[in-house]
Each structure stands twice: as structure tokens, then as C-alpha cells.
Ligand binder design. Structure first.
Ligand SMILES: C[S@@+](CC[C@H](N)C(=O)[O-])C[C@H]1O[C@@H](n2cnc3c(N)ncnc32)[C@H](O)[C@@H]1O
Length: 334
């Protein structure tokens, strides 16, 4: 059993660790709290953050301000020598691989090199999405960060709270995006990162609601949604269906990378999910991850088409685990 203030122990479920809060202190909906510190810097984080860096570079290429909105901001940065990160040591299969590749004289894709540089600037801590955005946003840009867990929000304030461009809410990220008092909409340029723990089974519906809101009322917002690839490939298909339906006529691009297990099945007629099934990771663990981009910036697909094979080769250490992934493909394109 580990102790985390009011959090008494952790439990493994779906390949991730959850901190179990003491029942007298936590309301029912927060009894099982996802703690990103256990997974920070893993292969899924590296994919997510490299894609985020590419998006931020596209957003900052235009000489016009934009808002970065992080609906599930987490703790901001993560000490890789701390109790949480060392419990599983997942960062060794992510950031650690990037670091040793550089030590061996290998050249990294530009976004991965940037990620490593940001981590070096934090004395080797792993930068969460808020720290990455704070590093790449310009003085004219603003950052709206939302985190629902009290302890994570406190760490977030420690990590980026002193930055005058940052507003950090202790709230529900899905609701904040649709709150006109807190969040800009209309024609204001924005990049919205939605990075939920997929904990209570309602995330697809909530993501769809945000996508529908943004495509109707905030056409200048670009959305990036992280998702896990698991043995149950139908979960991703359900997310795709929900997002494409909510996106109306907006473009939707998906990026998928498998970093563990072995794909045993061939691509189905839909060409979407079958190759994610049949992985041999025990306990329903994650096989990889992906990012869904709604209204993505022009030209991002070409950039990601270069990044994904390079990350695949690095993170699987040259032994690609899926014959059909990595994949960058349009689910909808006008
Ligand atoms: C995967 S972590 C975020 C990691 C972060 N985006 C990064 O890349 O560094 C998910 C976070 O969402 C928080 N969370 C869960 N549900 C939330 C909600 N409805 N609104 C805001 N935050 C939420 C969790 O406490 C957790 O810290």
C-alpha cells in the first residue's frame, strides 16, 4: 500500500494505476482517481506531446494570438525520480528511449528533440501538456488550463501558476470549454487539448458534446483528443463514430501508434479497428495510443506522416509491433 495524503492505495485496472481515495474524504465520483504521475513520460505521452508540439508550432507560425485550452491539464510537470513515476517506470519506454537514442548519436524528429529539450530545462522532470504549451506559446497567446483533482491542480499552480498568460481553473474541463464567460469562442483562434483518463465511461459523450459545440460556435478552434488503443478495438470505433457525428462537416484526422503487443488480425473492411485487436499484452493493458484532430491546421497531415514512422521505429526500438500502424488517416475530409 502506498500513501498519498488522503489517497490510501493504488489499484491497477486497464493497464493504468488508479489512486483510491479514503471514502470519508472523497465524494463518490472521485473515489478512484486517475494519477498521471504513474504514467508520465511513457510512450503514449511521447506520441501525444510530439503531436501537441507539431500543433503548437503550426498555431504559432501565424502572427496572430491564440488561446491554448487544456481541458484535463494534470499536474503540469512530473518528477521522474518520485514515488509515482518509479512505481512502474513507464517513462523508460518513452522519454528514456528518446534520451538514449540521442546519447547513441541518433537524430530525433524535431518535435521529439523539442520535448527532450523542454524536459532538460526542467532538470529532467517530464513536462506535462501545460508546461509544453507554456514553453511554445508566445507572450501574445493565453493558456486556459482546467484540472478537476485538487492535488493535481495545486501542483499545476506550482508548475505554471506564476506565468501571467495562464489561468488555471479547478473545475470540469468539458464544462469550461462551453462556458462563454471563461472561454473565448466565435472567431478567436484556439487549440483545445482534450486528454481524459476515460475513467467513468462517459467521456465519449462529453467529448462529442464539446466537438459539436466547437464546430458550431467556435469554428476557429482546433481540437486534439487523446485516446488509448486497447485489446477491445470497438472502443476506438465508438469514439470515432461519436466524434465524426458531432463534427458535422469539419475535417477529422486520426493518428494511431501501437507500441506494445502483436497485432494478430488483418485490417477489416472499415480499415479502422481490426488491426488493433488480438494484442498479447495481459490484463487488458494499453497496446498503444492515438490522437484525433478536429479542424486540424492545414498541412499537419504531411508533418505527422513524417513523424509517425520515426516515432514507431524509435519507440518500438526498430521492431514495429503492428503491420498496419502507425497510421495517419482522414476519417472525414471536406
Ligand atoms: C491524462 S491526465 C492529463 C495529462 C496532461 N494533459 C498532460 O498531457 O500532461 C488526465 C487528468 O484529467 C483530470 N480530470 C479527470 N476528469 C476531469 C474533468 N472532467 N475535468 C478536468 N480534469 C479532469 C485528472 O485528474 C487527470 O489529472
Amino acid at each position: 500500500m502506498w500513501h498519498y495524503g488522503s489517497l490510501r492505495c493504488v489499484r491497477r485496472e486497464h493497464g493504468r494505476l488508479w489512486a483510491v481515495a479514503s471514502s470519508e474524504l472523497a465524494p463518490a465520483h472521485t473515489r478512484l482517481l486517475y494519477k498521471h504521475g504513474f504514467h508520465a513520460g511513457n510512450a503514449a505521452d511521447v506520441l501525444k506531446h510530439c503531436v501537441l508540439i507539431c500543433l503548437l508550432q503550426q498555431m504559432t507560425a501565424k502572427n496572430k494570438p491564440f488561446s491554448y485550452v487544456d481541458t484535463h491539464a494534470g499536474a503540469g510537470s512530473y518528477n521522474l525520480l518520485g514515488d509515482e513515476a518509479t512505481t512502474l517506470g513507464e517513462h523508460k519506454a518513452g522519454l528514456g528511449i528518446l534520451r538514449s537514442a540521442v546519447e547513441q548519436g541518433q537524430e530525433l524528429p524535431a518535435s521529439a528533440a523539442e520535448l527532450l529539450q523542454i524536459s532538460d530545462g526542467l532538470d529532467g522532470a517530464y513536462p506535462g501538456s501545460p508546461c509544453i504549451a507554456a514553453r511554445l506559446c508566445r507572450p501574445m497567446d493565453s493558456l486556459l488550463l482546467v484540472e478537476r483533482a485538487v492535488d493535481q491542480h495545486a501542483s499545476l499552480l506550482d508548475a505554471v501558476g506564476a506565468d501571467g498568460r495562464v489561468t488555471a481553473h479547478l473545475s470540469d474541463g468539458y464544462a469550461v470549454v462551453r462556458d462563454r464567460k471563461l472561454c473565448p469562442a466565435g472567431g478567436k483562434r484556439a487549440l483545445v487539448l482534450i486528454d481524459p483518463p476515460y475513467q467513468f465511461g462517459s467521456d465519449n459523450d462529453q467529448i462529442a458534446t464539446v466537438v459539436e459545440y466547437c464546430t458550431k460556435h467556435w469554428r476557429a478552434a482546433r481540437l486534439a483528443i487523446w485516446f488509448p488503443l486497447t485489446r477491445d478495438a470497438s472502443k476506438v470505433d465508438r469514439l470515432y463514430e461519436a466524434v465524426c457525428k458531432a463534427a458535422g462537416d469539419s475535417d477529422v484526422l486520426t493518428v494511431e501508434l501501437q507500441t506494445r503487443g502483436h497485432a494478430k488480425t488483418s485490417v477489416s473492411g472499415s480499415g479502422r479497428a481490426a488491426d488493433r485487436g488480438g494484442g498479447d499484452v495481459g490484463g487488458g493493458g494499453m497496446l498503444g495510443s492515438g490522437m484525433l484532430l478536429v479542424q486540424p491546421p492545414f498541412g499537419i497531415d504531411a508533418q505527422l506522416n513524417e513523424l509517425l514512422p520515426a516515432l514507431d521505429s524509435l519507440l518500438t526500438e526498430g521492431a514495429s509491433v503492428s503491420p498496419t500502424l502507425p497510421r495517419v488517416s482522414w476519417l472525414r475530409r471536406s
